[in-house]
Design a protein around this ligand. Structure first.
Ligand code: ATP
Ligand code: MG
Length: 438
């Protein structure tokens, strides 16, 4: 970042009418939010990852707005909006199904009198509350990586760059803003974000950005399991899981996400690496093909090496195979919950997939048809194929089930009309999700 003679941080401005045009086309809502804030006397910009992605010719996932209006003022302005998060308050502004995240300019905690603001830090420097407000330049330098700290003003069609983000984007470089150790200590999740952006964008980490990860990785143990779960989904269900896994392993971060699987990897379990890698490749391919992906399957697969190790230990103690498997899946789930939460709607199907692994061997007589009609059959069958693809010898079980499905085609149309005859299920209203990141 550049400072002028008076020590003020300076910015570069770049006319980018094409970015403005794309934003108005892809996310008119985010532009409207900025315009409304400005019409009411506030400062406001489109910010962050969406600009980075547009400059790289990628389609942004979501659109963020930064403003000097405090959260209470923002909710007053937009009818369909609410404040989410506590550690880091943001406002969700809705329009149809679209949500724009509006954040108030933040400052570093030592640059402002924090008395009537919200700042709280742990012994290791982790920010427990990060609601200290500042101005635009403060906001730019408290963002995580340079490539995420660009602002766009739809009024002037200008990009504003305080941190040489434009050159880092051009050169494919991921650089932490400020002192890397401090920034990771404030929020260890930034290390996972570094791996995610490096993996997804195929960017090279600048040396300080990567060196500090090796030093501070262990701080991830302090992060709340719910936030870790959210990050796991972003890391592995974002379309670049295989690349991201490689970066995570390169920087020894995988162990903080799936400790028991990492141990199995260290024990040189033959197919542990194969299965996690194959899972990521298959997930990326499904996303690319527009097919659905579920955390339940991904978790089932990534934890499988841990399940197997636990199962072997139970068998060594003389347990019966069925009991050993039940014990192993239970223990693997409980262990993992210490690190990342797994909401029930995913942990239940995950365990059903595991449970079906032994049952798919018992396919004689009428059992095959019954197993086939199990709602989790498809996932369990895919899981068998994945295990075989990763080098487990299941004595041709996948092949057998593939052939069985060819020989016994399901009447899809009959199934669909059966579905249509059923009265629609009443949908339960889910409690609103809390924002985990910022
Ligand atoms: P994507 O949406 O593609 O995952 P993004 O960069 O938009 O990437 P978000 O999680 O949507 O990431 O966050 C929006 C912006 O908020 C980021 O671009 C970054 O400027 C800032 N930000 C998010 N998380 C952090 C963090 N932990 N520390 C500092 N700044 C952050
Ligand atoms: Mg974003």
């Amino acid at each position: 970042m550049a400072n002028d003679a008076s020590g003020q941080i300076t910015s570069t401005r770049l006319k980018a009418p094409d970015i403005g045009k794309q934003l108005r086309e892809i996310s008119p809502h985010s532009v409207q939010v900025v315009e409304s804030l400005r019409a009411n006397g506030f400062e406001a910009y489109i910010v962050g990852g969406c600009l980075r992605d547009l400059l790289l010719g990628r389609t942004p996932k979501d659109f963020d707005v930064a403003t000097d209006a405090e959260p209470q003022a923002v909710v007053k302005l937009f009818k369909r909006s609410r404040i989410v998060g506590r550690r880091f308050q943001i406002v969700h502004v809705r329009s149809g199904r679209d949500v724009v995240e509006v954040t108030t300019f933040r400052a570093h905690h030592d640059t402002r009198d924090t008395e009537d603001h919200e700042s709280e830090q742990s012994d290791t420097g982790m920010l427990l509350r990060d609601n200290v407000y500042g101005d635009l330049s403060d906001d730019a330098v408290r963002r995580d990586f340079t490539v995420n700290a660009l602002y766009f003003c739809p009024e002037t069609d200008e990009i504003i760059d305080y941190v040489n983000a434009l050159s880092d984007i051009k050169e494919g470089r991921l650089r932490v803003i400020g002192d890397a150790d401090t920034r990771y200590q404030e929020d260890p999740v930034r290390m996972l974000r570094a791996a995610r952006f490096a993996g997804k964008l195929d960017f090279e980490m600048e040396p300080e950005t990567s060196a500090a990860i090796e030093k501070n990785g262990h701080l991830l143990r302090q992060v709340a399991p719910a936030r870790m779960f959210d990050e796991v989904l972003k890391l592995f269900l974002g379309g670049a899981a295989a690349n991201t896994l490689a970066v995570l392993q390169q920087f020894d971060l995988f162990q903080y996400l799936f400790p028991a699987t990492a141990e199995a990897l260290e024990d040189d379990q033959p197919y542990a690496q194969e299965i996690i890698q194959a899972t990521m490749e298959n997930t990326d391919a499904r996303i690319e093909a527009g097919k659905p992906v579920t955390p339940a399957f991904m978790y089932a697969a990534v934890l499988w090496p841990a399940v197997i190790e636990l199962r072997e230990a139970c068998l060594d103690q003389g347990m019966h195979i069925v009991e050993a498997m039940r014990e192993a899946t239970h223990a693997a789930t409980m262990d993992q919950l210490q690190t990342t939460s797994i909401p029930k709607r995913f942990s239940i199907p995950m365990r059903e997939i595991w449970d079906l692994q032994s049952r798919l061997h018992l396919k004689e007589g009428k059992r095959a048809a019954k197993l086939r009609s199990n709602p989790r059959f498809r996932a369990a069958y895919d899981f068998i194929l994945l295990r075989e693809q990763s080098g487990e010898d299941l004595e041709g079980l996948g092949e057998w089930w593939t052939q069985y499905q060819i020989d016994n085609p399901v009447d899809e149309e009959a199934n669909r009309s059966e579905q249509r005859r059923r009265p629609p299920r009443r949908r339960r209203k889910r409690p609103p999700r809390q924002a985990q990141g910022q």
